[in-house]
Design a protein around this ligand. Sequence first.
Ligand code: SF4
Length: 264
Amino acid sequence: MTMDGIVFKIKKYALHDGPGIRTTVFFKGCPLRCWWCHNPEGQRFEPEHIPFKATAGLAGRTEIAGRRWTVAALMSEIEKDRIFYDESGGGATFSGGEPLAQPEFLGAMLDECRRREIHTAVDTSGYAPPEVIRAVLAKADLVLYDLKLMDDESHRRYTGVGNRRILENLQILDGLAPEIVLRIPLMPGINDDAEQVERMAQFARGLNHVRQVDLLPFHAIADGKYQRLKMENRMAGVKSPTRQDCEKVGAQFAAAGLAVSYGG
Ligand code: SF4
């Protein structure tokens, strides 16, 4: 059987998706609908035509987000930059969308990378059945795991799903002992107040394999994509947190004994 999956972007020479120089593969499809999503073209599961902006003579033309890749074809693409991975301590990162929503394809990619001694990272919301965490996510060398909000109701409001499964899965993953980096998107007025941050810091502190916490300040960079997709941008007009705001949050995580990095 030829295994394949749907990917909507491949980013070469990525520097913020794990250690060293990496190739980041964006899987299409995500069960969440975060207000702040920077990749709305990765949310729907099927390939889609996205109209260009009606400028520069491109009116009426579209580009396709999402195409099928076999494991063999995607591995050849990843292999092209092996020299950079070897020299920088890099590798391949699987992101999205939600890579765990295509578990067989992701599992096959992780197995193949391991066989070829390519370091792997998976960037995930953690929203998946627990058996996928055990059988697939545990194969990654490094997991970049999002922590967004500790309050179930707020999580449901801002992402479309509750957080119970996500928090339980993080505890399961921690018991399987891969390296974990927690990624926390900092959303002004949503999850950056001292109480929310303290709850996240205390939860993170109770885990054994968190190497570091990445604080990812919100930036309004996706507005054009929302317009092209005819989707509502619910963060329109929200300003990015200042360096000072980020450092205040960072200090709370540091006080809980966690290593903090800004910007991923
Ligand atoms: S989990 Fe990630 S890809 Fe999915 S909607 Fe949220 S920000 Fe977007």
